[in-house]
Design a binder for this molecule. Structure first.
Ligand code: FAD
Length: 301
């Protein structure tokens, strides 16, 4: 490990933090430390870091804003990569918005609205990065990334970079090719359309209002915990199973939205995992449907 750290420092791959607690890097505010947290500022630094990790056989994972990730209490052995400020940029050319992988997806939707561009209204309440949104094919209000995606520059596991088209991304429900082939979204472009600023703002305000009424947005959480099964809603099933308000340690199935698990303060990853298992077994016993988590687990148990 010492040799790896020395090599990474010598190669100037951006910031390098050792034993960095990840709780503060996730919206759930849960999780142990990463052996190494690398924060590259440029594509060159990112590619160099990936090559060095590969040469050392050190496993690595990407983290965006950690708004769909449960980091385990023991944390992550190996490296976690989080894109730095050099990837936190946006530009508009005609009807195309291009943003770095670290750029806020919410900010992107607000900026697009201000430019009078329609298509990203759905993203106004999705608190992740552009990279995380592309990886997840994030979506809401009847739309998702795949509807507006134009292309993405991806740094692959072997340190090479290529530009991926819509077809190559193989988007599906909360799915993209990146879930099978490891790569980092350095930048992504979205094809929008000219729209009416007032109409865009009104749609975004109404989505925001709906979220405020139906989701525990003041609490530490990671959005929907389970994927919706075909032709049904995970929240409906969990509520019908009588699990709203169920608690384990510092974690609670939100009384406001049954598909959200909130951190009441001091929740551990094991608390959340216990609730997840309880939801799965109870819903399966009552309705014969095995709910599949949408949140991703990172780290050792
Ligand atoms: P992370 O949680 O950090 O990572 C998720 C995955 O993406 C990981 O596998 C990670 O390795 C990968 N990843 C991250 N960055 C990159 C990158 N640059 N390149 C390649 N891979 C990368 N989601 C929805 O789809 N719809 C919603 O309506 C919605 N509402 C939410 C509401 C709340 C209050 C919260 C807290 C979450 C909500 N989410 C929703 C979940 C979450 O915001 C999205 O899944 C989001 O896209 C995750 O982005 P992130 O940057 O936080 O990703």
């Amino acid at each position: 490990m010492q040799q790896l750290i020395a090599e990474l420092r010598q190669a100037r791959i951006g910031r390098l933090l050792v034993d960095e607690p990840l709780a503060e890097h996730t919206t759930w505010k849960i999780g142990g430390p990463a052996d190494l947290l690398l924060i590259p500022e440029t594509r060159e630094e990112l590619a160099a870091a990936i090559r060095i990790l590969r040469r050392h056989g050190t496993p690595w994972r990407m983290l965006g804003k950690g708004s769909n990730t449960l980091v385990t209490d023991k944390g992550v052995r190996g490296a976690v990569i989080k894109l730095g400020g050099g990837f936190d940029r946006v530009r508009f050319e005609g009807e195309v918005a291009t943003a770095g992988g670290a750029y806020s997806f919410i900010k992107l939707s607000v900026m697009a609205g201000k430019e009078g561009l329609t298509g990203l209204e759905f993203a106004g309440g999705i608190p992740g990065t552009v990279g995380g949104a592309v990886y997840m094919n994030a979506g809401a209000h009847g739309s998702d990334v795949s509807r507006i995606f134009q292309s993405a520059d991806i740094v692959w596991e072997d340190g090479t970079t290529s530009t991926c088209t819509l077809e190559e991304m193989a988007f599906g429900y909360r799915h993209s090719v990146l879930q099978e082939r490891r790569g980092v979204v350095a930048e992504a472009s979205f094809r929008l359309a000219r729209g009416d600023r007032k109409e865009i703002a009104a749609a975004m305000a109404s989505y925001k209002d709906r979220r405020r009424r139906t989701q525990p947005l003041q609490m530490a959480c990671a959005g929907s915990v389970f994927r919706n099964p075909p032709n049904d809603h995970a929240a409906r099933l969990i509520e019908a199973a009588g699990l709203k308000g169920a608690r384990q340690g510092g974690a609670e199935i939100s009384p406001l939205h049954a598909n959200f698990i909130v951190n009441l303060g001091g929740a551990t990853a094991e608390d959340v995992l216990t609730l997840i298992a309880r939801v799965q077994s109870t819903v399966e016993a009552k309705f014969g449907i095995r709910l599949v988590p949408e949140v991703l687990l990172m780290g050792e148990r």
